[in-house]
Design a protein around this ligand. Structure first.
Ligand code: CO
Length: 216
């Protein structure tokens, strides 16, 4: 019975929190929700990890309406994932975002899980995308003895590869023909609250190997 009460309480906290949120926003700006209801025009597409400690708006100090968001385990851009590709297509072609950010984070459970041979279930097939990155950079990674540091480096390398995956899509390459569209790779530090920009530069299709460039 007590458990049930605790469950009710932890659930109700969210509903109460929502009321506070709505009130405080309307207190600051009575038109806040009215303006938002007119439509969205975000400049940024955020591709981040599902991890509860990396909330996209909070860590970038942005408001509702500013970020179009896709999150999955370990912030992957897989070229067979209809979900991420649909989000990307809408963000680029309809919303016409100016920046796409892939934001990984240190201490990522998905990254750590990909670094061993344990079986976890369906997620292992998803994590194969990270194992591919590991395999590509295995010499560099295995030279790092400390497993935490190795995971940190794999996190960075994976972000670089995910940004590259964006550049390999027809969606992004088509957009580049018409307008500037900047791709960014970031890593968020859960222990510092700070973002490191990995300075991955892909602003035109000439930045990627020829085999990935489409004749548009
Ligand atoms: Co993560």
């Amino acid at each position: 019975m007590e458990d049930k009460e605790m469950m009710e309480k932890s659930y109700k906290r969210l509903i109460d929190g929502n009321k506070k949120f709505s009130l405080s926003k309307r207190f600051d700006d009575p038109e806040y929700f009215k303006k938002l209801s007119l439509g969205q025009k975000p400049d940024y597409l955020w591709i981040g990890c599902s991890d509860s400690r990396v909330p996209s708006n909070a860590v970038t100090n942005t408001e509702s309406g500013e970020l179009f968001v896709h999150r999955n385990i370990a912030n992957l851009v897989s070229n067979t994932d209809l979900n991420v590709l649909s989000v990307l297509e809408y963000a680029v072609n309809v919303l016409k975002v100016k920046h796409i950010i892939v934001c990984g984070h240190y201490g990522c459970g998905g990254i750590r899980a990909s670094m061993n041979n344990n079986m976890n279930g369906l997620v292992d097939q998803w994590l194969c995308n990270i194992k591919d990155v590991y395999n590509k950079y295995d010499v560099e990674l295995e030279a790092i003895a400390d497993l935490d540091k190795r995971a940190d480096r794999l996190t960075e390398l994976s972000v670089v590869e995910q940004v590259r995956n964006l550049a390999k899509t027809i969606i992004v390459q088509k957009a580049w023909r018409e307008r500037p569209l900047h791709l960014h790779g970031w890593v968020y530090g859960i222990n510092s609250g700070l973002i490191t920009d990995l300075c991955v530069i892909h602003d035109e299709k000439e930045d990627i190997p020829n085999i990935y460039r489409f004749n548009l």
